[in-house]
Design a protein around this ligand. Structure first.
Ligand code: SF4
Length: 240
């Protein structure tokens, strides 16, 4: 994981762009089984908040908010049952994983304003730390090549504070996906265009301005499969 990863904590009611609104929240089987056994009136309320057609999910309110998100933007499930009661998606967000044959990397998504703040204000270049496992990773030749390429690219970035953190993050997150589809050149080009698009409109030079541009880009592109595909294929709209 990046060195900054443990510094992230959800800021909950202080968040201006809560991730508990505007997105469909699917519920994994294990969590669903737990919710089926939740006792009392609150258990009933949770079960009434869930739609079972297709993939089980929370039924968003008319304002597209999670039904368990209260007016103070706090999650009722956490308040009453603790963080352990969250479903997998809510526990994970805004984290992501890069999978290799003998290695799993954890990262923070720029879509969350607090994660973006942690990443873009980090005072040092991206450095990965090991959470568990030993040094003798079992990697394929392609994976070794890609990881070496990524390391080389990241090491070549002049340390210019938030701009450098942004480019490092885009490389860290998106380059490994070339292992799944072989589109290495297209992903390199996508990362360059995404970076240029985000910093291109960053006119006020403030950290908060860059955080908002990165967050908005991530929301509209990184978390929208169709938009991401358009960008990778070079068919993105002119403006970010
Ligand atoms: S976007 Fe980030 S800080 Fe805001 S509620 Fe979600 S996880 Fe918390």
């Amino acid at each position: 994981m990046p060195e900054y990863y443990p510094a992230f904590h959800c800021i909950a009611s202080r968040c201006r762009n809560t991730c508990c609104a505007g997105w469909e929240i699917d519920i994994d089987e294990e969590s669903l089984a737990r919710y089926e056994c939740l006792p009392g009136a609150f258990g009933e309320r949770v079960r009434h908040s869930i739609g079972l057609e297709g993939t089980p999910h929370y039924i968003l309110t008319e304002e597209e908010r999670c039904p368990l998100l209260n007016r103070d933007n706090l999650c009722e499930l956490i308040l009453r049952e603790g963080e352990g009661a969250l479903c997998q998606i809510c526990r994970d967000h805004p984290r992501f994983r890069n999978y290799f044959s003998g290695r799993v990397e954890m990262g923070l998504g720029l879509v969350c304003e607090e994660a973006a703040r942690v990443i873009l204000s980090w005072p040092r270049p991206l450095r990965l730390i090991r959470l568990e496992g030993d040094d003798a990773e079992i990697l394929t030749e392609d994976e070794r090549y890609l990881l070496a390429l990524r390391e080389e690219w990241i090491a070549s970035i002049p340390d210019e504070g938030p701009r450098a953190r942004l480019l490092e993050t885009l490389i860290f997150r998106h380059l490994p996906d070339a292992l799944y589809d072989g589109r290495l050149e297209k992903r390199i080009s996508f990362i360059r265009r995404a970076f240029a698009g985000i910093v291109g409109g960053w006119t006020d030079g403030s950290l908060s301005g860059l955080i908002e541009r990165a967050r908005s880009f991530s929301d509209r592109v990184e978390y929208d499969d169709e938009a991401l595909e358009r960008w990778i294929e070079g068919k993105e709209p002119q403006m970010v």
